[in-house]
Design a protein around this ligand. Structure first.
Ligand SMILES: NC(=O)c1c(N)nc(OC2CCCC2)nc1O[C@@H]1CCC[C@@H]1O
Length: 333
């Protein structure tokens, strides 16, 4: 029978709490990776309650990455503002292969040599920034206007694909997309329709609407996920290309989209675009195009950005997804 916390020394409690945090966070991570709990809920709950008991007796033992800090009961009046030290950029758009060729020709003229490009799916979600200090998640925020966003830390702590602690004690600001998978979107709209609540028009709106919930318990009930793809300053990483950075993000514990591909010619870029324009309906999440980025990170830095968009990346946009018309929208005349 476990000792009553008030009969324990703080050192004993600290050791037990650290072991419980490690186990519970590992179970959460596995749950996300395998998308199925490999431990009985009752076992998880028993250890979770024990950790709550220890933290209530010894509040100094609470850490930001403790699973007890992930789904707060606090309902906020509004979101605090967060200033992005390094602005979160948007993306320029092109709508044809000819326009894409012009962008590439201009870029390679500018640098004076051919460039390798990393091709990535353009996830149709909401951009967010995650701040880690010494490897621990300390803040999550929306892009906002690129310089000032909203503090959504309580909400993003409920998203299983976001690590509370990295595998290395880095201090970094990582950017990516928060999205709602198509299946989760359909299930959510079914529930809302059954409850007589307005449905969301598309997964992007559902993700944005969820992240803007002031009550993080609502966020915890919806299956939001993330793909990370950018960093404010790449110095702390070992990677020196976009493609290696994505692999390093995965090693650090982030969710990344695995369908990225380095292109060594425009033919490679165009075949990647054609492939995923066809694949699009089969994907488990919405995409609204492809992002093509100069692969070398030092080149990204030297090319820099205009006021809002990088000179080293472009979005090739697909025509809008043909959303199935909700039957109730059809005029039965
Ligand atoms: N939606 C995406 O999947 C995506 C991506 N895979 N890669 C980037 O790289 C940008 C970020 C800053 C400079 C290049 N941006 C993306 O989405 C942007 C972010 C803000 C507006 C677009 O959603």
């Amino acid at each position: 029978m476990a000792d009553k916390p008030n009969t324990m020394t703080v050192e004993q409690a600290a050791d037990e709490a650290a072991a419980l945090r490690q186990t519970l966070n590992e179970w959460r991570r596995q749950y996300y990776d395998e998308d199925a709990p490999n431990v009985e809920d009752s076992v998880y709950d028993q250890k979770y309650e024990r950790l709550v008991e220890l933290e209530q007796t010894f509040p100094q033992l609470v850490t930001p990455d403790s699973p007890t800090q992930l789904v707060g009961g606090t309902v906020k009046a509004g979101f605090d503002k967060v200033t992005h030290e390094i602005p979160m950029l948007s993306l320029g758009d092109v709508f044809s292969q000819a326009e894409l060729q012009e962008f590439v020709d201009r870029l390679e003229q500018n640098v004076g040599h051919p460039v390798d490009y990393n091709c990535e799916l353009k996830i149709d979600g909401l951009a967010l920034s995650l701040r880690y200090e010494d490897g621990v998640l300390v803040q999550g925020s929306t892009r906002g206007n690129g310089t000032v966003g909203e503090d959504i830390t309580a909400n993003i702590k409920t998203i299983k694909s976001i690590p509370q602690r990295l595998t290395r004690p880095l201090t970094i600001d990582v950017r990516g997309e928060c999205y709602m998978p198509k299946a989760a979107f359909a299930a959510l709209n079914e529930r809302r329709e059954a409850a007589g609540e307005p449905v969301f028009a598309n997964p992007r709106n559902a993700a944005a609407g969820t992240l803007r919930q002031l009550d993080s318990r609502v966020v915890a009930e919806r299956q939001l996920s993330t793909f990370m793809y950018n960093i404010a300053d790449y110095e702390p990483l070992t990677a020196r290309t976009q493609s290696d950075m994505l692999t390093e993000f995965a090693d650090l514990g982030f969710a990344i989209n695995p369908d990225f591909k380095v292109a060594h010619s425009m033919a490679d870029v165009f075949s990647y675009i054609d492939h995923y324009q066809n694949e699009r309906p089969e994907l488990a999440y919405g995409i609204d195009g492809i992002v093509i980025k100069a692969n070398p990170l030092p080149l990204q830095r030297s090319l820099g950005a205009t006021v809002k968009v990088p000179r080293w990346a472009i979005a090739f946009k697909f025509p809008p997804d043909e959303q199935p018309t909700l039957l109730k929208d059809v005029e039965w005349t």
